[in-house]
Design a protein around this ligand. Sequence first.
Ligand code: MN
Length: 200
Amino acid sequence: MFTLPELQYEFAALEPHIDARTMEIHYTKHHQGYTDKLNAAVEGSSLEGNTIEEIMAHVSEESTAVRNNGGGFYNHSLFWSVLSPDGGGEPTGALADAINEAFGSFEEFKTQFSTAAATQFGSGWAWLVVNDGQLSVGSTPNQDNPLMDVVGMDGTPILGLDVWEHAYYLNYQNRRPDYIEAFWNVVNWDEVARRFEAAQ
Ligand code: MN
């Protein structure tokens, strides 16, 4: 059965960028809810024993419940890991080189990612993915992600940003761009770099 990953920081640790109440509700209610519903959908089915990545890869064959809740489980597990109270700044090393190669500069990457997050209509996610060593940026609706075989965007996500209103509305109300700007202060680049290496 799938279980919530343990948060590596307190709910209040990302303030003022992401507030404690939003973190608490997001983790204990939303992520727990996706996880419980995924388990209910998988239990007793042929999906038992599959990793979440395996389920994503052939999600076109599965129910809407598996698509939505499996995506919700995977996406939030990634999201918590790429946030840190010690985050922010810029990546270094091979990840920095790959960003410069793909986007020209870190600032241009930030602009493209922020635009993808801001212009995703309604609920969804912005992504930085690696595919055959190449980085690219995009967005997906609802709880879809680039691992799914129903999504036009391919690659392994190494950074994701939740732009559902539940991720920011308590603190930022309708000001999604302010939330996106604040997000850069808490990005855990060490974890993004680890995921980049692992995806190669
Ligand atoms: Mn969410």
